[in-house]
Design a protein around this ligand. Structure first.
Ligand code: TXA
Ligand code: MG
Length: 343
């Protein structure tokens, strides 16, 4: 398939490109678009054939539902059976932004979009180019992260091209994504707020609006493949580079000691800026020590870089879990297949 590339940096100035991408989407095509979290692989979320082609392009299991992206909160109304006051309070505080809400769906949402569930995930991105494309398409866009299934989500145009060139109709080059990890997924489907996936909106921030917000056990614990986690995405191996990733839990001194004792060809460190000088192995850096935002921004690109550099074993520094750090920790745990060593 021929893949067109549209460079868009300004939704006003690049109006013609926005219209061209929107027209591809309206006619059932696939386009990868930027969001403030990660790049997404978008199609008309109300067109079952278009949505089916998302699953094919990504190699994604069909029971893993997609998020519908809207350009304003009003557009959520026809998609869900009702908007309870808890959802409205979160929308008022966090939309547009990296928060996805799950509610019981209406018949307007095709079964293929919802992965066969009776609920639907909806979010309103704050990225101005995403906003302009959704508005011009005039339909909610289904968009999972734009990686091939299992790989880290793309946060740079280069990583996007690596995965999807030749597999989709269009790629939008909008530079690097700001946040770097995906949206927070919160369900209100059974009336009680519960985070299924930590992300760009922190648990602490959610609890300032809904103090009773809980964290699903699958966020920090491995779920067996034959159970039915609340979020189907949690049961698949995820965010994994080809290299074998192991998370080392402990302070910097313990980390350096362990890594240097295991130095060998193909062994890499995945650590924070400034920590590499004490290490006897090559290092790939993911953000500044004690700065969860910068760690989130860099994590997925760093996980792809270790593969590019031919790493076989990667010892990763454990991030702090405050704020967006909980999302960083959750993604790293999954890329390590839950292999953690105390150092
Ligand atoms: O930041 C993001 O959320 C990005 C950008 C592109 O918007 N999108 C994204 O989509 O991360 P995806 O498909 O890679 O992850 C969506 C997650 C999956 O774990 C999926 O299982 C879960 O949300 N999900 C979607 N609909 C659901 C539903 N109805 N019930 C439970 N979990 C759902
Ligand atoms: Mg994904």
């Amino acid at each position: 398939m021929e893949t067109k590339i549209f460079t868009i940096r300004d939704p006003q100035r690049d109006r013609a490109a926005i219209e061209a991408v929107a027209s591809i989407l309206r006619s059932g095509g696939l386009a990868a678009i930027p969001t403030e979290t990660v790049y997404g692989l978008a199609a008309d979320g109300l067109n079952p054939e278009a949505v089916a082609s998302i699953y094919r392009a990504k190699g994604r299991p069909s029971d893993n539902p997609l998020i519908l992206h809207v350009d304003q909160a009003e557009r959520m109304r026809p998609l869900v059976t009702s908007i309870p006051p808890e959802a409205q309070a979160l929308i008022d505080r966090f939309w547009p932004g990296p928060l996805t809400l799950i509610l019981p769906k209406t018949d307007r949402v095709p079964a293929v979009t919802a992965g066969g569930l009776d609920t639907v995930a909806v979010r309103c991105p704050s990225h101005p180019i995403a906003h302009a494309i959704i508005a011009a398409a005039g339909t909610p866009l289904a968009a999972p992260s734009a990686n091939l299934s299992g790989k880290p989500s793309p946060t740079t145009f280069r990583d996007l091209c690596d995965d999807l060139t030749g597999r989709v109709d269009a790629l939008v080059d909008a530079g690097d994504c700001g946040i770097g990890v995906e949206s927070t997924v919160l369900t209100l489907a059974d009336g009680r707020p519960r985070v299924l996936r930590p992300g760009g909106v922190s648990l602490e921030a959610l609890r300032t609006v809904l103090p009773a917000t809980e964290l699903d056990t699958a966020v920090l614990h491995e779920v067996s493949p034959d159970t039915h986690p609340a979020s189907p995405g949690m049961k698949y191996k995820h965010y994994a580079p080809k290299a074998h990733v192991i998370l080392l839990e402990g302070d910097l001194a313990g980390y350096v000691r362990y890594v240097n004792a295991h130095a060998a060809p193909g062994v890499f460190a995945l650590c924070f800026e400034g920590e590499q000088s004490a290490l006897a192995v090559p290092a790939v850096l993911y953000g500044l020590p004690g700065d969860p935002e910068s760690q989130a921004h860099r994590l997925f690109a760093a996980l792809r870089e270790v593969d590019r550099r031919g790493a076989r074993t990667v010892y990763a520094r454990t991030p702090d879990r405050e704020g967006v750090g909980l999302a960083v920790y959750n993604r790293l745990l999954r890329s390590a297949g839950f292999e953690v060593i105390e150092v």
